[in-house]
Write a protein that binds this ligand. Sequence first.
Ligand code: MG
Length: 304
Amino acid sequence: MKILIAEDDTISRRMLEKVFNGQGYEIFSAADGAAAWRILEEPDHPHLLVLDWMMPGLTGVEIVQRVRERPDGHTYYIIILTSLDTPADTSFALDGGADDFVSKPYHADSLRSRANVGKRIVSLYEKLSEKMRLLEEAHATISHLAATDELTGLYNRRFFNEHFTQSLSAARRYSFPLSLIMADIDKFKTVNDTYGHAAGDKVLKAFADILRTVGRTEDICARWGGEEFIILLGHTSCAGAIIVAERVRSVMEAECQRITSIAVTVSLGVAELNGDEDAEALLKRADSALYRAKDEGRNRVVVG
Ligand SMILES: [Mg+2]
């Protein structure tokens, strides 16, 4: 474990180094408070500190106060070393944030034992922060999984619905336009029946890639279920949504065969939020536009 020794008196500093030499410590030595602080500003600096109180530049107690103000200030173990040893001095150092207080002259074994207590505490904090990091990672993974469709990597219906509700109320409150595109892959059942489900999955993934490429970064593209997809376009009027839908349609028509070896098209329904209409009504209008696109011969964009 790394240990910082800060002591301005050269002989005392050598003695301190001797106390911790060969005890499994990596020793960082500082000849005054400013040098100690520089070490504490380096990455991967010691968290176990033995500081003389009286030093030029910064005193040991001032260093304690500064360290404790850091966001991870609680993860340090700090022993203050001093010839000031009245009860008032002890209280001042401990109340100021030091973990332990050792008067000079000290006994080497006793100082080592006190430093070992600090070593246990610091390694406990290290283990704790590693556990915290792993937990945060796991939480990020879980959040990602909860929002994502496994096959296509697009958002899932659950995430979409949460986002949809928020965007809808924001659009109403600040009166900006908002549009929806519902897309359904044409004759998808025939693809599955003719080429098998693996080929069907390939088509779904290819369409998801097209949505990611054609969709603008601020659009929310999700798999609505089966071969049905949905795109939420904030700050976008019907005219803007038609342009996006038409691009999706034409890229699918042009690229699907090249990507999957199967020629597949897509039908799309577009609707822009109207006045006080709720989420369900808007969805219904986009959905009926989609059905009309199917009825009118597929591979087309229809406005609801
Ligand atoms: Mg001193």
